[in-house]
Design a protein around this ligand. Structure first.
Ligand SMILES: Nc1ncnc2c1ncn2[C@@H]1O[C@H](COP(=O)(O)OP(=O)(O)OP(=O)(O)O)[C@@H](O)[C@H]1O
Ligand SMILES: [Mg+2]
Length: 240
């Protein structure tokens, strides 16, 4: 693959959590991965496999023990905290696994979305309309003026997706964004992610345990005990 096309790339990425008793835990072990701009990738694997660790490393929220992460051409492993904050605010959308960690609890749903829009190259009226449209699309049309902290876990999860897309990111990194949703609502969230890809070429990296979600994306990478393997989709969409 042409390196310039890569939206997300890891080289020999390893992450070890030190243990106070001296038994270190290798959560990710020499992961190499290259995701093209506009690709929609699922990260699947059992609980504890290292999926969230990988996602937080891609988002520059954790520093790896060794190896490199490049996102939209930038080496996130070598960036300052300030540069990482700017990169996340302008180019990345991040949905963390715990819904409440993605929202400002005392701000309303609308304010959360509008805050995420602050660096987009759009006028005020367009932003306002887009914020309401995003909230309607995730089924929060009647909760726009409610503080995010008063929303349920599933509602916060949907708000988190709206917030992550509001900044029109080049890359969306989402950790189990449908885990608290019923199948129909989850399918609506996946449609929204795919429509961002369709409209703006957003690269999607989605951790999921849900086959309905992974089957809707281009390819799935399996993670087992910190190691990455590619699962080839078969013609009927099921992993081989
Ligand atoms: N902050 C931490 N300190 C120590 N160990 C950690 C820490 N975070 C994760 N781990 C360990 O690293 C391994 C991978 O965890 P991770 O959260 O990446 O798994 P996961 O694939 O996201 O699992 P799940 O599907 O349950 O969310 C697990 O064994 C976990 O116990
Ligand atoms: Mg996880």
């Amino acid at each position: 693959m042409n390196r310039r096309e890569a939206a997300v790339e890891c080289v020999s990425l390893t992450h070890v959590y030190p243990d106070i008793d001296g038994a270190d835990l290798t959560a990710l072990d020499s992961v190499n991965m290259c995701i093209r701009a506009g690709e929609a990738v699922a990260l699947v694997g059992p609980s504890g496999a290292g999926k969230s660790t990988l996602l937080t490393l891609l988002a520059g929220l954790t520093r790896p023990t060794s190896g490199q992460v490049r996102v939209v051409g930038q080496d996130v492993t070598a960036m300052s905290e300030g540069a990482l904050r700017r990169l996340r605010a302008r180019r990345l959308g991040v949905v963390l696994q715990t819904p409440a960690r993605n929202v400002l609890p005392y701000a309303t749903a609308r304010e959360n979305v509008q805050f995420a829009q602050r660096f987009t190259d759009t006028g005020r009226a367009e932003r306002r309309a887009e914020a309401v449209e995003l909230l309607l699309t995730v089924g929060l049309g009647d909760r726009v003026d409610d503080p995010a902290g008063r929303l349920s876990g599933g509602e916060q999860q949907r708000l988190a997706v709206a917030v992550a897309l509001a900044g029109r990111p080049a890359v969306l990194l989402a950790d189990e964004p449908t885990s608290q949703l019923d199948r129909e609502t989850g399918a609506g969230v996946v449609d929204l992610l795919l429509s961002a890809r369709e409209r703006r070429g957003t690269t999607l990296v989605v951790v999921t345990h849900d086959r309905h979600v992974s089957d809707a994306l281009d390819v799935a990478y399996g993670i087992h005990e910190g190691r990455l393997e590619r699962i080839q989709p078969t013609t009927d969409g099921a992993p081989s």
